[in-house]
Design a protein around this ligand. Structure first.
Ligand code: BGC
Length: 536
């Protein structure tokens, strides 16, 4: 559907993150599954109009970290269906022009993975070095001060062999050792496997963690925490500078290996495959490690910057300009406002910011990634700590997708209780209810997606900030033939903006469109508009 034939599909695509457990339950066990996802492909491809889905993990797993603890990298967990269900999903998606990106989790496995049960069984097991093992520190205790993203030390003592293993997340998620050639071979084999079964690309889980300091040097300790946002993950993150437990230069080498596999499949099959790397917020000068200077790393970041930026014109502009400047030739920007690890935007910032957020996300230069339910303006569902299955409480941003207003929200068969309760306000938030309301958030997303697709300046045009003050963020997106101004009033006061040239409204955040030519733009508080400027 690319307007600019020179752009790759992932540069013009809107990617939609599907959390399979929470999207749709076809089997009737209260937990979403792959057949459920397949049953909603018409919604995704036609009603909403996205171009690709990213499927969170559906591999066999004890589910300590909701599938990010994989015990078999090349199979489907019965909770999510069968291997045949995956094939059907891919076939049906491709039949609708939708690409399927899978979650690739190279940094760790489950402790139940046979690789790890072998590795931990003895010091000289052939797979011992497939994981990161180390002797206790000289005076006893963990080999270094590295902290786990789930809190506490990242090292787990294993009495059977008297060594520690590294687990950057839960104790049940031992880190794989990418310094071992045999492990690399095995994990690249996993990639080959899924590409061979139709995957159009990968989202690489915690790509920034793949390469650690070879001698496990301590991280420098930080006295003052740096960040000012509430993050459910990484409770201890800010106490150290994470220089040695991640981001070592070899990360590029490992990502380049993955890229070669993808390129090879693209060449062999004639279908281009994409790599999108989850990269945490870090100084911009480190970003080139992910892409390489010769376009030999990943194609896209999965960029958390907008999630963590202050919701002010200045901070948002700085974040966009930072990425624009940081990406080396060949790499393409990506923007994300929410995902399965963070509080939803309506909860973080408040419902009043949802519409401007949608307009921002879908008009920047780069690939937008939506999280399921974002198009409905969903907030988190407070379920109470006693109901959390995830120790960090991320369940609250993973509640069942509300499809209809009937009891249970149409998530699964009528009468089946879902693994988390349904949203209480189904009569207003559900897909069915919002489709009936021309001014709903869902209809705004649909309008933005359609407009983006038919507006070359939005798909591939240059980006330039023209105003980032007085509560307003305005930027131009332009090709040689078309100039579009996006004006967002993020503040609590109304604003009036003089246009550089007359223009006509393409869409505003109340879903009005195609209004007559104008020279000034009046924006009520918390509202935005897209104006196509008259040719010079
Ligand atoms: C995933 C989390 C997960 C962690 C460990 C993250 O990036 O998005 O859900 O807990 O990686 O795999």
């Amino acid at each position: 559907m690319a307007v600019n034939a020179a752009q790759e599909w992932w540069q013009t695509a809107v990617i939609y993150e599907v959390y399979p457990r929470s999207f749709a339950d076809a089997s009737g066990d209260g937990i979403g599954d792959l057949a459920g996802v397949t049953s909603k492909l018409d919604y995704l491809a036609n009603t909403l109009g996205v171009d690709a889905i990213w499927l969170c993990p559906f591999y066999p797993s004890p589910q300590v970290d909701f599938g990010y603890d994989v015990s078999d990298f090349t199979a489907v967990d019965p909770v999510f269906g069968t291997f045949g269900d995956f094939g059907t999903l891919v076939r049906e998606a491709h039949g609708r022009g939708l690409r399927v990106i899978i979650d690739y989790i190279p940094n760790h496995s489950s402790d139940q993975h046979p690789w790890f049960t072998g590795s931990r069984s003895s010091l000289d097991h052939p797979k011992r070095d497939w994981y990161v093992w180390a002797d206790p520190a000289p005076g006893g205790g963990p080999p270094s001060n590295w902290t786990s993203e789930m809190g506490g030390s990242a090292w787990q003592f294993d009495a059977a062999t008297g060594q520690y293993y590294l687990r950057s997340f839960h104790p049940e998620q031992p880190d794989l050792n990418w310094r071992s050639a045999a492990l690399r071979q095995a994990m690249l084999g996993v990639l080959e496997f899924w590409l061979g079964h139709g995957a159009d690309g990968i989202r690489i889980d915690v790509a920034h963690m793949l390469a650690k300091h070879p001698e496990f040097a301590d991280n420098p300790v930080r006295e003052q925490p740096l960040r000012n946002f509430t993050d459910r993950q990484h409770p201890d993150f800010d106490r150290q500078e994470h220089l040695n437990d991640r981001l070592q230069p070899e990360v590029h080498e490992y990502l380049a290996m993955m890229r070669r596999v993808l390129d090879d499949w693209s060449a062999r099959s004639g279908r281009k495959r994409v790599a999108m790397a989850e990269v945490e917020v870090m100084p911009w000068d480190r970003w080139s490690r992910f892409f390489g200077r010769r376009d030999d790393g990943v194609h896209l970041p999965f960029n958390f910057r907008l999630i963590e930026a202050d919701w002010s014109p200045q901070a948002l502009a700085a974040s966009v300009e930072g990425q624009e400047a940081a990406l080396p030739l060949g790499a393409w920007p990506n923007y994300v406002l929410q995902n399965h690890d963070r509080a939803r935007l309506a909860t973080r910032l408040g419902l009043r910011h949802v519409r401007n957020a949608a307009m921002l996300l879908l008009t920047l230069r780069g690939t937008p990634t939506l999280y399921y339910g974002e198009e409905l303006g969903l907030a988190d569902l407070p379920v109470g700590q006693e109901r959390w299955l995830d120790p960090l409480g991320r369940d609250e941003s993973r509640a069942p997708m509300p499809w209809t207003s009937e009891p249970g929200g149409g998530f699964g068969p009528l009468g089946v209780s879902s693994w988390l309760p349904p949203y209480p306000d189904l009569a207003t938030v559900s897909v069915a209810a919002q489709l009936r309301d021309p001014g709903s958030v869902l209809n705004l997303y649909r309008g933005l997606i359609t407009m983006r697709r038919s507006t070359p300046a939005l798909l591939g045009g240059r980006y330039e900030t023209v105003k980032a003050e007085d509560g307003c963020l305005c930027y131009l997106r332009s090709t040689d033939e078309q100039e579009v101004l996006v004006a967002l009033n993020l503040g609590a006061e109304s604003a009036s903006i003089e246009l550089p040239r007359p223009g006509r409204l393409l869409l505003d955040t109340s879903c009005h469109r195609r209004q007559a030519q104008r020279k000034r733009l009046d924006l009520p508080r918390y509202s935005g508009a897209i104006i196509e400027l008259d040719p010079n």
